[in-house]
Design a protein around this ligand. Structure first.
Ligand SMILES: Nc1ncnc2c1ncn2[C@@H]1O[C@H](COP(=O)(O)OP(=O)(O)O)[C@@H](O)[C@H]1O
Ligand SMILES: [Mg+2]
Length: 560
């Protein structure tokens, strides 16, 4: 984590320099106090006046130094955290879909929010304070040795106790902190989940049940925080108690020297103040070291993300689709037990149009997901122009194939942005996509037309409108292969017929359309219909051929 500081060398150097000046000023307070006390007890007005001037000057200088130091720290902190969060996010966003799917995204969300806050407090801020403590401690120790070696020795021996505490408690503290960080992560996800299902919660009157769920999760997170706080509290209090013992010891010892005439009262004040400058940092030092150690596991989590293979294959770059896609004996299971696809074989030829139909849960969406390499642990091969899709650069694969999903994600922006996905397309391209996707009437109706806001995940739009935007989004991308997963399910028959028609009319476009709307006029337009039944490809052929077979497709069609 310190490497983020090293990236801003000058700022770090300034931070260190001002930390040292600040610590030195802290220690100098002992000498200023000594001056003030001696002037006060001497009875000389001039000496007192001078001492007050020095004291005022001290307050002035140290508050300025303090302000500069805070500003420098804030600035370094901002830079480090921005870099760190950018680096983590960049790593995640460039992951391949299969690697991203391996993990609960909640973990990453929590890492970028909660864990970063813990790091800010317990690593960076703590590290600066640690430096203040360390420098203060060293300067005060040197000053005390020069003042009175016996008191210095006494403190040295006792200070071994608080210093050993990080060794004794560090591991458990780290464990508690990690549990706390994990449970806060789960809690974040819970809330996110509940809020995204808000309408279901209301519509089914399940507030009570959700509240119970929430309470459990909340309780667990707070319990973990409580345990951590208790544990940290115990170590802190122990350190504090040792500090007090040392404080009393020092007063007793200096008092002894004063009685024996080996020390003035001014020196005694200075020694006590110096002792404060030794003990306080030391007490803080041990708990700070503990806290620093406890961030180790968060650091590990971050390193895990940063070092994880992102699944992008260096592999083959492929810029055109020339011939065909072959599924050869493809079998796949999500959970390693139930085979969702079983020895599926088919060929998709360039420029032709294919429909995939079948029973619900039959594996239609899975076929598309495998083609797009959302998972790569299938057996058999999926070859695009003879190249295994697992060896094609992900970026290139998505330049060849566009998918329109069943569930459409909308960015909280305008209709136009959701069609172009923030790329600068020509107005004519945008208009063409709008026309083909059947969006013209909708856009004309809206006050702000194409610049109307769609709302959070498209909440201002109907399901059918979202589907048409998704279709326009795919059309404008203009890839040689278009894959559609029941993307017209929310549309009325006429609209869906028109859209499917306009897509099927795009020459040279290779289309694979999963559909459960078995409309004769449309189905007849496909070059081939692939029929999936419980994970096996049970039939394939043209509409006429399949109807003639009077098999599974025939039954599906007649039921629909
Ligand atoms: N992410 C997943 N994890 C586990 N099982 C899944 C997942 N997605 C789909 N399945 C299962 O795989 C089977 C096929 O699903 P899918 O391909 O979505 O069917 P279809 O699109 O034909 O309705 C179903 O039994 C479904 O429950
Ligand atoms: Mg499906």
């Amino acid at each position: 984590m310190y490497k983020y500081m090293l990236k801003h060398k000058l700022l770090t150097v300034f931070n260190i320099a001002f930390t040292i000046i600040d610590s030195a000023l802290n220690v100098a307070l002992a000498l200023v106090l000594k001056l003030l006390f001696e002037a006060g007890s001497s009875g000389s007005i001039i000496e007192l006046r001078n001492a007050i001037v020095v004291f005022s000057l001290y307050i002035f200088v140290s508050s300025i130094v303090w302000m500069i130091l805070k500003a420098l720290r804030a600035s370094l902190l901002r830079k480090c955290l921005t870099d760190l969060k950018n680096q983590i996010f960049t790593k995640i966003i460039y992951r391949s879909i299969n690697v991203f799917n391996e993990e609960n995204s909640a973990k990453s969300i929590s890492l970028l929010t909660n864990d970063i806050n813990i790091l800010e407090q317990d690593y960076y801020t703590n590290l600066f304070e640690l430096l203040t403590n360390l420098v203060g401690f060293i300067i005060a120790t040197i000053a005390l040795i020069r003042l009175n070696i016996y008191i210095a020795l006494f403190i040295f021996i006792l200070e071994l106790i608080p210093l050993s505490m990080p060794v004794v408690f560090g591991k458990s503290l780290s464990k508690h902190k990690n549990k706390y960080s994990d449970s806060i992560g789960l809690f974040t996800v819970k809330i996110k989940d509940i809020f995204s299902g808000f309408e279901v919660v209301k519509g089914f009157n399940i507030e009570k049940r959700i509240l119970k769920d929430y309470s459990i999760s909340n309780g667990e997170a707070e319990l973990a925080r409580y345990r951590y706080n208790i544990f940290a509290g115990i170590t802190d209090s122990l350190a504090l108690a040792f500090g007090l013992i040392m404080f009393l010891g020092t007063i007793g010892l200096s008092r002894y020297f004063v009685i024996n005439g080996k020390m003035t009262i001014g020196y005694m004040i200075a020694a006590t103040q110096l002792m404060n400058n030794i003990v306080n940092p030391l007490v803080a030092l041990s708990s700070r070291l503990n806290r620093l150690k406890s961030t180790k596991l968060i650091e590990d989590k971050i390193n895990d993300i940063l070092n994880k293979e992102d699944g992008s294959v260096e592999g083959i770059s492929k810029n055109s689709f020339d011939d065909k896609i072959c599924f050869n004996n493809v079998s796949f299971s999500y959970d390693g037990e139930k085979n969702v696809l079983k020895n599926v074989n088919f060929t998709i030829e360039k420029g032709r149009k294919y429909a995939i139909v079948g029973n619900s849960g039959g594996g239609k969406s899975t076929v598309l997901k495998l083609l797009l390499r959302y998972y790569d642990n299938f057996s058999g091969d999926i070859l695009i122009d003879g190249i295994d899709n697992r060896n094609i650069k992900a970026e290139d694969l998505y330049k060849l194939v566009t998918i329109i999903h069943q569930n459409i994600y909308m960015f909280d922006s305008s209709i136009k942005d959701n069609i172009t996905l923030f790329e600068g397309y020509d107005d004519t391209d945008v208009e063409n996509a709008i026309k083909k996707a059947g969006l013209g009437a909708l856009i004309n109706k809206l006050d702000h037309g194409i610049n109307s806001a769609v709302g959070e995940n498209g909440c201002n739009l109907s399901g059918g409108e979202k589907q048409r935007i998704a279709i326009a989004r795919a059309i404008i991308k203009n890839t040689p292969i278009l894959v559609i997963d029941e993307a017209t399910s929310s549309l009325d028959n006429e609209t869906s017929y028109n859209i499917e028609n306009s897509i099927l009319n795009i020459p040279d476009l290779t289309c694979i359309v999963v559909t459960h709307k078995l409309n004769e006029d449309i189905l007849k337009r496909y070059d081939e219909i692939l029929v999936l039944k419980d994970g096996t490809l049970s039939e394939k052929g043209t509409f006429g051929e399949l109807m003639g077979k009077k098999g599974f497709f025939y039954n599906l069609y007649n039921v629909a």
